[in-house]
Design a protein around this ligand. Structure first.
Ligand code: C2E
Ligand code: CA
Ligand code: CA
Length: 433
């Protein structure tokens, strides 16, 4: 084993104790479990020093080795998070190390570093993948401190997201099992209800619509959001939910208009239900007779592919006759939604919270926001930003020409009677102003 940073003398037999941050890993603030660990296997002292400096700044421990023999001699039961691996080593090479890591069932990331050209790096990466290792995109030498730090931070961020997603899935299943809150049980028990979240016209400064959002009203646990019961719902229950949401939007509209607010309501729907359910029949039967009924919006998510575009277009045209238009929901910072916009006649485009949160800094997300707004407007669609939480987001979106906003900054989803009370309060405040 070789430790080559002046501040880190070798600890024979204890490679993981050498701390690149200059603090011993066993110090009071740094328990061994809490600190992250990396290894570097490279026979160039200069590279090991560069990595010590880069990782030290991130509070990551680093142990250095120059050959596979040293790695094996210093291997500890607790595996490191990332191994930086040079291709040609003293008395050995990266393939030897890859075989040794696979034999030890190493589950961390392997970051190849080499100045031997991209082709060789890619070949070695493929060998690692064939051995079942998590091979990160190779880093050609020479590299900068910032590049190493970006690799490490990106890796830890990705692992954190994977852990969060797994915990969320486990938590959701536990909760569902404990409560019996699968969608079919919720429907059978009559626990389903709908909340309304207002949509505010950013230029006219008035509430123009509301999104209908499903909730489970559990007798003991209170209100449970759809993230708990929708992801595992079967197609049949989802279809029943859609029909109930449509029915609510058509029948509840009467109470809004009676209070003086003929809002345009929007219902979430899957592409499958759009193609399958007799929506126009439900609407023909239940649509309000009132002249002020502005029609209904159906929000379909950008993430679901439309397999039968011709049929979807036919249905969209038929729905339009009955006053129903489509919104493209969940448009994120990628550009895939721009292609989706041309598939169906969308009257509205909804910018996802991920877009809204990044719209204020002039970076790539802001550019994607601007491009989406411009294209939507060219196609005659209204743009709605959802998940607006901060005033800066509102200002940036208004400056970009976004038409409508929705989010906790204005109001969360709420029961219909609460929303009507809020609308009346706002109307009174305006009248007094
Ligand atoms: P969605 O259609 O994107 O709805 C917007 C979600 O953002 C709602 O979550 C809303 O409560 C939440 N939200 C609103 N303002 C903010 C904000 O300022 N910040 C943040 N972080 N979130 C905000 P919710 O009600 O939990 O619904 C989650 C998803 O469940 C919906 O996402 C929609 O995809 C689905 N969903 C809800 N109701 C129905 C339904 O009746 N049918 C179908 N098919 N899907 C539904
Ligand atoms: Ca939606
Ligand atoms: Ca959405």
């Amino acid at each position: 084993m070789t430790h080559n940073h002046p501040a880190h003398p070798a600890h024979p037999g204890h490679p993981a104790r050498a701390s690149a941050s200059g603090r011993p890993a066993s110090g009071p603030q740094a328990t061994a479990a809490a600190r992250r660990k990396c290894l570097v296997v490279d026979d160039e002292p200069g590279i090991r020093n560069l990595l010590y400096g880069a990782l030290g700044a991130l509070q990551v421990d680093l142990a250095g080795f120059s050959s596979v023999q040293e790695v094996l001699a210093g291997w500890r039961p607790e595996h490191p998070d990332i191994i930086f691996l040079d291709i040609a080593l003293d008395r050995s090479d990266a393939i030897d190390v890859i075989r040794a890591l696979a034999a030890r069932k190493f589950r961390g990331g392997v970051q190849l570093i080499s100045g031997r050209g991209d082709v060789l790096l890619d070949q070695v990466k493929r060998v690692g993948e064939q051995h079942g290792l998590d091979m990160l995109p190779p880093l050609p030498k020479p590299f900068r401190v910032r590049e190493v730090q970006a690799v490490v931070q990106g890796y830890f961020e990705q692992k954190r997201r994977e852990r969060d997603a797994a915990a969320l899935t486990d938590g959701r299943r536990d909760l569902q099992q404990a409560l019996g809150t699968s969608l079919d049980r919720i429907l059978a028990n009559g626990w389903l209800q709908f909340h309304y979240q207002p949509k505010l016209h950013l230029q006219r400064k008035c509430i123009v619509g509301a999104e209908v959002l499903a909730r489970c009203r559990h007798p003991e646990l209170g209100v449970i959001p759809p993230g708990v019961f929708l992801p595992d719902a079967d197609a049949q229950s989802l279809g029943r939910l859609t029909t109930l949401a449509l029915t609510a939007a058509l029948t509840d509209w009467g109470a809004f208009v009676d209070a003086g607010f003929p809002l345009t309501l929007a219902v979430n729907i899957t592409i499958d239900d759009l193609l399958k359910l007799p929506i126009h029949t439900v609407v023909r039967e239940l649509r309000p007779a009132d002249q002020r009924w502005p029609g209904l919006i159906l929000e379909v998510t950008e993430k679901q592919a439309v397999r039968d575009i011709a049929r979807a277009q036919e249905i969209a045209a038929q729905l339009r006759i009955h006053g129903i238009t489509l919104a493209l929901d969940d448009c994120g910072p990628g550009y895939s939604h721009l292609a989706r916009l041309k598939e169906l006649p969308f009257s509205e485009v909804k910018l996802d919270r991920t877009m809204v949160a990044g719209c204020g800094d002039g970076g790539d997300v802001a550019k994607a926001c601007r491009a989406t707004i411009a294209l939507a407007h060219r196609l005659g669609a209204t743009v709605v930003a959802e998940g607006i939480e901060r005033r800066e987001e509102l200002q940036a979106l208004t400056a970009m020409g976004c038409d409508v906003g929705q989010g906790y900054l204005f109001a969360p989803p709420m029961r219909q009677d609460k929303l009507i009370a809020l609308l009346q309060e706002l109307a009174q405040a305006f009248a007094l102003a």
